[in-house]
Design a protein around this ligand. Sequence first.
Ligand code: 4NP
Length: 161
Amino acid sequence: MPKTRILFVCLGNICRSPLAEAIFKHKIRAKKLAHLVEADSCGTANYHVGDTPDPRTIKNALKNGVVIDHLGRQLSARDLEAYDFIIAMDRSNHTNILRLSNATDHAHKIRLMRSFDINPSGDEVPDPYYGDEEGFQNVFEILSHSIDSFIEFLEKEHLKS
Ligand code: 4NP
């Protein structure tokens, strides 16, 4: 049984998507589902290829008990074939991912992160890059509960051991 493959995508791949990847892996390990699923993250832009995540993101994640281990990479057309779900942090990421796709049959697997949020106060994960710690903590909390619902969805529909 091949693993279900999840790709989290933001703009720079140093704040939101590496955090989403790390929270997702943390929760998947805690639920003992790591043999069924794998995850990575990337950016639509190439500004931070090879870079470690933003130090503010690393620090905030640690404060919340999550370790991030990732180096920046840019989304490629091949990712659209290779992954089962491509999870965009905001509408602009979503549009840019769709633009890279030349096949309409990719559209069903390209989703907004907050489309899984059961109690959404908005439809985007806001970019914390120009903000302060409060913004980073807000992003952590949005991602944490959106990912809880995303994992529930995967368990119901996709993760069969
Ligand atoms: P991210 O945040 O998309 O959540 O990684 C950003 C990081 C860097 C930049 C923009 C957004 N930047 O312009 O360098």
